[in-house]
Write a protein that binds this ligand. Structure first.
Ligand code: WQD
Length: 348
């Protein structure tokens, strides 16, 4: 449907210079959409967008600005007719968010409200929001479906996503012209098959798979496994690792769903499969042929033992499901990491 079934549309992506955002821009362009990109570069580099341009052969209009800057937002909306906003923007580092609540609430929640207000000023009522399975906190049952209550959780990052979901739901209840899809990501991993884009967190990675791949490539010495005494197959934490390109294609499916009008809907984007920590480290060893030494440490406070999705609603309503298996995810992750041992270029 390269612009035939669906007219090319302009999408405004907040925060898509980052990991999931860049992969989603590639899939949107592949699907025939026209994309306008925006990011404040707090946790991303311009190089990631240059790589997207190389992969797609397209030069997107890009705006380096902050969603708290309403005048800059207005300038973007004046310049481009936006059909839908895909909102990825926000600070994410778990450990930091607890110590800097003002920064996190102002940026993530204040920024979202600023974005929604300017969207309304320009009559743009369609949004896809990058939410997270962390809103479920410690799951009350597994696999996790969309009916599971999300009363917020001890995890600060998950709480902010929960607050933003509730704000958006309230707006959609009060003003029926809004169409919003909240996508709850499980654990995105892997990289585009080209090896040109991938996950490149600033500083020492908080998340498992970028840490493991940086050990394999020799950038970090060894993996610390936080707890091996959980009630799981190998005693370590269990997660639903979803290939980032599958996740990105979930956004395209959500956009097509939203174009028919949808009020406010939530979907879990996961695979329904689950893997333990050491299993993931071994998968990268197999994919890379490199050792991933690790040591066992105590559990992290408030860490979730096991979290994986019932993704059947997204399959039924969006016609989307994750396809890639663990081995291929790790192969593509290694292709990115071995091609970019020190991550994206920092040249501006
Ligand atoms: C996975 C497992 C750790 C690092 C993420 C983030 C966020 C969100 C998904 C989208 C756990 C263990 C980790 C390490 C380890 N994404 N681990 N050593 O905990 O699900 O959090 O959820 O919103 O990315 O909130 O993922 O990758 O941090 O940890 O042993 O150095 O690996 O204890 O069991 P998590 P993670």
């Amino acid at each position: 449907n390269k612009g035939t079934d669906f007219p090319p549309v302009r999408l405004h992506n907040g925060g898509e210079y980052g990991y999931v955002g860049t992969h989603t821009v590639v899939e949107l362009i592949e699907a025939g959409y026209i994309v306008v990109v925006m990011d404040n570069l707090a946790n991303a580099s311009m190089d990631s967008m240059r790589q997207v341009n190389e992969i797609t052969g397209k030069q997107m209009p890009t705006f380096s600005m902050d969603m708290l800057d309403k005048d800059a937002l207005r300038d973007l909306f004046k310049k481009h007719k936006i059909l839908c906003v895909m909102h990825f923007a926000g600070l994410k580092t778990l450990g930091v968010s607890c110590n800097k609540p003002f920064l996190y609430y102002k940026t993530n929640i204040g920024g979202t409200i600023s974005l929604l207000e300017v969207m309304k000023e320009f009559g743009v009522y369609n949004m896809i929001f990058s939410s997270s399975a962390t809103v479920f906190g410690s799951p009350s049952y597994l696999p996790i479906d969309e009916k599971q209550p999300v009363e917020g959780c001890t995890n600060h990052y998950g709480n902010i996503k929960y607050f933003i979901e509730e704000i958006i739901k309230d707006i959609c209840t009060a003003e029926k012209q809004w169409n919003v899809v909240l996508l709850r990501y499980f654990n995105p991993v892997g990289a585009h098959v080209s090896g040109k884009i991938g996950e490149d967190p600033q500083g020492v990675p908080n998340n498992l798979m970028p840490y493991v791949s940086q050990v394999a490539v020799g950038r970090l010495k060894e993996l610390t496994v936080y707890g091996d005494d959980y009630d799981t197959p190998d005693g370590t934490g269990v997660r639903d690792y979803i290939y980032v390109v599958d996740l990105a294609q979930g956004h395209v499916a959500a956009l097509k769903y939203l174009e028919k009008g949808c009020d406010c809907k939530m979907f879990n984007l996961g695979t329904g499969k689950s893997y333990c920590v050491i299993e993931m480290a071994k998968s990268i060893e197999t994919a890379s042929g490199k050792p991933v030494p690790y040591k066992i440490a105590g559990r992290c406070a408030d860490d979730i033992v096991s979290r994986y999705a019932d993704a059947s609603l997204a399959e039924k309503e969006l016609g989307w499901k994750a396809n890639l298996d663990l081995a291929k995810m790790c192969e593509d992750l290694w292709c990115w990491q071995s091609n970019n041992p020190t991550g994206f270029s920092t040249e501006s």
